[in-house]
Structures are given as structure tokens and as C-alpha cells.
Design a protein around this ligand. Structure first.
Ligand SMILES: Nc1ncnc2c1ncn2[C@@H]1O[C@H](COP(=O)(O)OP(=O)(O)O)[C@@H](O)[C@H]1O
Ligand SMILES: O=C(O)C1=C[C@@H](OP(=O)(O)O)[C@@H](O)[C@H](O)C1
Ligand SMILES: [Mg+2]
Length: 163
């Protein structure tokens, strides 16, 4: 969360003219509920089920797409295995705890896992989750460090990978 998947993917889409699909937005549309409402009304396990189903659905598309995943997507339901397909390019946008904290601290209300946390709890959450999840994140084919980079610089790094 907060490394910039949605922001970077949208900008990459504009430049490449490859359509962008944000997994969270697709889930919201299908469920007709916001991510917050899904967590509140049905809980995280139900969200993970919807997330897996939508990810499988998006990967079935015969069109070329840029898919912006959620921060937890590769870490549940064996979703990381789906990224190993020959026709999938996966990119981990790698950010430090400090970068994630600075981007999330004023931007947490739509992220149910951290929405009610104070700054100390957020720092602890980010550190713990980066540690727990790095095994899955490191399955990505490519890693792009996003610390101290503008959106344009990160997009440029990705364009070089795709070239
Ligand atoms: N250099 C940057 N690259 C990406 N996002 C940035 C950058 N600087 C600030 N931001 C902000 O950080 C937040 C990243 O959130 P978002 O794109 O939703 O990430 P994710 O989808 O990974 O959770 C956005 O509010 C974005 O405007
Ligand atoms: O890290 C997570 O478990 C989550 C990340 C969110 O997506 P972003 O990484 O785009 O914020 C969203 O899928 C949900 O709130 C859960
Ligand atoms: Mg996002």
C-alpha cells in the first residue's frame, strides 16, 4: 500500500496506450461496494476471495492490459503463482518503510487495514507487513525501486524494462 501501484500504472497506461485495470476498482464495481464497505460488511477473508476471483477474471482477458494489483494480492490464495505465466510481466514497486509511511500517513482513509491507526501503529504495520509479504513480492519478475523518484522517473524505469 502506498508504493504507487495505482498512480504509476495509470501514468504508464497513458504513455503506452495499454488499457489500465485497477484490481481494487474492478472489485468495487463488481461488488457495488467500496473496499472499505467490503471489509466492514463482510470482513477481510471475503475481500480476499473477491480479490482472487477478480484477478483470475482479469488474467483471462485476451487483450493486453496493465493490471494494478492491491498490496495484498500476491500474498493470498496462491495469486503469486498466477504471476508466473509466460504471458505475464510482473513488476514489484519496491519502497522503503519511510517512503510508504510518508505517502500513507495522510492517505489512509480508503485503506481499511490502516484507516484507524495512529502513526506509531502505522509504522509497526508497514514494517511487519513488508517483512511478512516480501517473500511473495520477491516472486515478481522485475523490481523497481521507487524511493526518491518522481512518478515520471518510475514510469521511465518501467518503460525500459518493457522495451
Ligand atoms: N513519486 C511518487 N510515485 C507514486 N506515488 C506518489 C509519488 N509521490 C507521491 N505519491 C502519492 O502516493 C500515493 C500512492 O498511492 P497509490 O498510487 O494509490 O498506491 P498503491 O496503489 O500502491 O497503494 C498517491 O497519493 C500518490 O499521489
Ligand atoms: O495491502 C493490502 O492488503 C491492501 C491493499 C489495498 O490496495 P493498495 O495497495 O492499492 O492500496 C487494497 O487492496 C486493500 O485495502 C488491501
Ligand atoms: Mg492501489
Amino acid at each position: 500500500m502506498g508504493c504507487g501501484k495505482s498512480t504509476i500504472a495509470q501514468n504508464l497506461s497513458k504513455i503506452t496506450e495499454i488499457p489500465f485495470l485497477d484490481l481494487d476498482k474492478c472489485i468495487e464495481k463488481k461488488a457495488n461496494l467500496s473496499i472499505n464497505e467490503i471489509f466492514e460488511q463482510h470482513g477481510e477473508i471475503y475481500f480476499r476471495k473477491l480479490e482472487h476471483e477478480m484477478f483470475v477474471e482479469l488474467l483471462q482477458s485476451s487483450e493486453k492490459n496493465i493490471i494494478g494489483l492491491g498490496g495484498g494480492t500476491p500474498c493470498y490464495a496462491n495469486n503469486h503463482e498466477l504471476l508466473k505465466r509466460d504471458d505475464v510481466v510482473s513488476i514489484y514497486l519496491k519502497a522503503s518503510i519511510e517512503t510508504l509511511f510518508s505517502r500513507l500517513v495522510h492517505n489512509k482513509s480508503k485503506r481499511p487495514l490502516i484507516a484507524n491507526m495512529n502513526e506509531e501503529e502505522m509504522k509497526e504495520f508497514i514494517a511487519k507487513h513488508l517483512f511478512d509479504r516480501s517473500f511473495y513480492y520477491n516472486h515478481a519478475q522485475h523490481k523497481v525501486s521507487v524511493d526518491n523518484k518522481t512518478v515520471e522517473e518510475t514510469v521511465q524505469d518501467i518503460l525500459e524494462i518493457l522495451a
